[in-house]
Ligand binder design. Structure first.
Ligand code: PSV
Ligand code: MN
Ligand code: MN
Length: 430
């Protein structure tokens, strides 16, 4: 039996205040949408089936390279992080899986960790490997890069770490390995750009060879940082070339913050899908670079347009369509649980809006080159307040009508501030 951290009765009590209003708002929206020929109940069913994984590292206060400001009661180990993720899942009901990062989440007993998560109502999603930092006791440094280092012993160590991540992932019940490397150069001439990529392909094929049949290797690109002159896996072009070279189990992962400014990310989604290579997503938002801000906080329209492409992709599957959806954010100034709650809600809202697009009208307008009506098909869906649809699906799944109010009423963080050991200053900067 699961042992959820919050009391289900308390959530139901809090919901009792809202259910009449919610039903009225939902009925009104259903009637409004029905006039347009849109089925709100179908959207609720799709929303109820949607889920997005949350990152273990998102459960703690993040930091910048300048400072981290700890929060009283924040989790300091994987066990406490799982508890906080379980709180998010209980209230939001769309985040049933957690994505771990290794070696940050190292434990002695992974089978036990899987059982512990299951008791909290959680499973595990993609395993993230980490060869972008040195770890205590590791024989070789990643100062010269990892999978692409000019030093064969360093490359072997980085491959071995990824293979170990797969082994750990099997124990946890994961089926994806996400590989992001920080390798690149800071000076022109520092490395040969071609040979560096050759070394990547060679190392990556060593990892690929260790993948079980039902696993995928998700290649995550990022334009820059920590390397500032060139990055080996810098964009979706390099990513898809590598994925094609490696084989069918290699796919591309799109992190919304990892592109040049103003890049059309929804078009990248469409392109990757066209060639069966869209493997996963890291949701976040950004203003300037890889800011890892809360999803939908800066550009919710972009998030909607991304989901619009994802729905088109789902309707036209190529090579299967099963992207691993995950939040990848750094919560520097908020309670991480609150950020994950509102981010999950923002993601589902954009998905729900994209579900409301009248696709026949859109495709018809596109075929007739009616630019105004094609854009109107998107605009009409985007401007709908889908709060009742999303809340309805959540309450029916046992979650909270108002996620933040319920979380605050639970007193969770204050209780944890009494129980958990304080975080040391400067600890855990990532
Ligand atoms: C790199 O910026 C990244 O987006 C990758 O997904 C890493 O695993 C994560 O951030 C680390 O915080
Ligand atoms: Mn990411
Ligand atoms: Mn990132």
């Amino acid at each position: 039996a699961t042992k959820p951290p919050l009391s289900a009765d308390q959530i139901a009590d809090l919901n009792a205040k809202h259910v009449n209003d919610l039903d009225r708002d939902y009925d009104h929206l259903c009637r409004q949408l029905a006039r347009r020929g849109v089925d709100a109940e179908a959207a609720v069913a799709k929303v109820a089936a949607f889920s997005v994984a949350i990152p273990t590292w998102g459960a703690g206060r993040g930091g910048t390279r300048f400072a981290k400001f700890p929060l009283a009661g924040e989790p300091t180990n994987i066990h406490e992080k799982l508890q906080d993720c379980a709180v998010v899942q209980q209230l939001a009901t769309v985040t049933p899986r957690v994505s771990p990062h290794l070696p940050w989440d190292t434990v002695d007993d992974y089978v036990g960790l899987r059982e512990e998560a299951a008791e909290l109502g959680l499973g595990f999603d993609a395993i993230n490997s980490n060869t972008f930092q040195d770890q205590a006791g590791q024989p070789h440094s990643y100062a010269t890069g990892s999978l692409t280092s000019s030093d064969a012993a360093v490359r072997a160590q980085a491959v071995e770490h990824n293979v170990e991540c797969i082994e750990i992932g099997r124990k946890l019940g994961s089926r994806d390995l996400t590989v992001w490397i920080g390798d690149g150069t800071n000076f022109p001439g520092q490395q040969d750009l071609g040979r560096q990529f050759d070394r990547y392909l060679d190392s990556a094929s060593g990892i690929y060879a260790a993948l079980p049949d039902d696993w995928r290797m998700l290649l995550e690109h990022k334009m820059y940082e920590p390397a500032f002159y060139s990055t080996v896996i810098q964009d979706w072009g390099t990513s898809i070339l590598a994925a094609q070279e490696l084989g069918p189990k290699a796919k591309c992962l799109v992190d919304l913050g990892h592109h040049a400014p103003n890049v059309n990310i929804e078009q990248i989604v469409s392109r990757l899908h066209r060639f069966g290579k869209l493997g996963g997503f890291h949701f976040n938002d950004s203003k300037y670079g890889d800011d890892d801000l809360d999803s939908g906080s800066i550009n919710p329209h972009q998030l909607f347009l991304v989901f619009n492409e994802l729905i088109e992709a789902e309707r036209n599957p190529r090579d299967g369509f099963d992207p691993a959806y995950m939040i990848d954010q750094s919560h520097n100034v908020t309670d991480p649980i609150e950020s994950m709650l509102v981010s999950a809600e923002a993601i589902v809202q954009c998905y729900a809006k994209a579900l409301l697009v009248d696709r026949d009208a859109l495709h018809d307008a596109q075929d007739r080159d009616d630019v105004t009506m094609a854009f109107q098909a998107l605009r009409r869906a985007y401007t709908v307040d889908v709060t009742p649809i999303v809340a309805k699906a959540r309450v029916e799944a046992g979650g909270a009508c108002d996620v933040i109010a319920a979380y605050r009423a639970s007193g969770w963080r204050d209780r944890k501030a009494q129980e958990r050991k304080p975080v040391g200053l400067g600890a855990g900067i990532v």
